[in-house]
Ligand binder design. Structure first.
Ligand SMILES: NC(=O)c1ccc[n+]([C@@H]2O[C@H](COP(=O)([O-])OP(=O)(O)OC[C@H]3O[C@@H](n4cnc5c(N)ncnc54)[C@H](OP(=O)(O)O)[C@@H]3O)[C@@H](O)[C@H]2O)c1
Length: 338
């Protein structure tokens, strides 16, 4: 039975998550012709309709692949859903080999247009790699009364992987892949407001927190392997939901940056998923210490590059770890988990 492999991808009905599923499907082939289910990809989505549609689109892309595609419903902004998903995964799968914690969201409300135009004219690549002109919604909370972006991007996944570990679905050969971002700037996280309930940049704050937690966790020792990876910049639903048809111009601008030499404008979710596939195939323990990113040459040849992480102090790691561990215990108690 050990030749069977299982990959879980959260938020896989669109964008990067769908791209990761497609790349795994493209790469892995059944090892035994008459044993079609040596590789199982488990998608997680927020609704049955989205999950079934994603499975159908993946099968259409690779009709010849004998790989099992299944799904589990998961809404990270609802802790009951996260706990239910952990139990369902435990009941259905003996282990997970790859866990892509990809789902994520932002709550874009607007753009400071004058600032955006000025920054783009001054330095287009910088302006379109590290944007400072987005207006995010402030103070949005989930039904669990947590910061919505914090819970969707960080805590929901933290709870899920910690529970899966307790339930013995993860092991020393499991590779967990966290989804970071280039915008994880040091100043975006306020340690007195870790859920970013009062800050202007809940998305950036969540991604900086994710980086800090990752390095804190690997330093303290984990019973599984864990990597932090980002997709560069690709135009997905995250952009489309807010920009509508203007997303076409964003895509053109991203291509333009690539032609100007930016390695990070991956543009398509397929190229953006490259480093995620690379982690599954090539990564070693020492790669845990690096934040990897999907990148591209000017001509669209994919590659993987290390990404700089702004200084993380030992005290910052300690604060983040303690905060998450306490919140995890609090939620286990609230959900009556023994
Ligand atoms: N696109 C980029 O350039 C970029 C850059 C850096 C990092 N990222 C990261 O890449 C990841 C994927 O984003 P994407 O660009 O592929 O965007 P996307 O197309 O919007 O995909 C996001 C996925 O996450 C799911 N999701 C959102 N909130 C969720 C929640 N509360 N519970 C469960 N699932 C949830 C979405 O489900 P629904 O369809 O139901 O909303 C969707 O499946 C995110 O973590 C994002 O921060 C993206």
């Amino acid at each position: 039975m050990s030749f069977r492999k299982y990959a879980l991808i959260t938020g896989s009905n669109s964008g990067l998550g769908f791209g990761i599923a497609a790349r795994l499907l493209e790469f892995y082939k059944p090892r035994i012709e008459d044993e079609p289910e040596t590789f199982t990809i488990v998608l997680t989505c927020r609704s049955r309709a989205k999950a079934e549609d994603a499975c159908k689109r993946l099968k259409e892309l690779f009709p010849e692949r004998k790989i099992r595609l299944e799904y589990v419903l998961l809404d990270l902004s609802d802790m009951e859903s996260v706990e239910a998903a952990a139990l369902e995964i435990k009941s259905r799968y003996p282990k997970l080999d790859y866990v892509y914690l990809n789902a994520g969201t932002w709550d874009l409300q607007g753009i400071h247009w004058i600032q955006a135009i000025f920054a783009t004219l001054m330095n287009p690549v910088k302006a379109l790699t590290y944007p400072t002109y987005y207006k995010e919604a402030m103070g949005r909370t989930s039904k669990d009364s947590m910061g919505y972006i914090f819970q969707s991007n960080v805590f929901g996944h933290y709870y899920l992987k910690t529970r899966l570990n307790e339930l013995r679905v993860l092991g020393s050969s499991t590779k967990i892949v966290l989804t970071g971002s280039l915008v994880a700037k040091k100043e975006s996280l306020n340690f007195d407001d870790i859920q970013c309930l009062h800050g202007e940049r809940p998305y950036q704050s969540s991604k900086r927190l994710l980086d800090i937690l990752h390095f804190a966790e690997i330093e303290s020792g984990l019973p599984y392997q864990q990597y932090v990876v980002h997709p560069g910049l690709c135009t997905t639903n995250m952009y489309e939901t807010f920009l509508g048809f203007i997303v076409v111009f964003a895509k053109l601008a991203f291509w333009f940056c690539r032609l100007l030499g930016s390695p990070w404008h991956t543009v398509s979710p397929y190229i953006a998923a490259f480093s995620y596939l690379w982690i599954a195939i090539h990564s070693h323990k020492e790669d845990e210490n690096i934040k990897w990113g999907s990148a591209t040459t000017m001509f669209g040849k994919e590659k993987i590059l290390p990404t700089s992480v702004e200084l993380v102090l030992p005290s910052d790691k300690e604060k983040c770890m303690t905060y998450m561990q306490n919140l995890y215990r609090e939620w286990k108690h609230k959900l009556n988990v023994r």
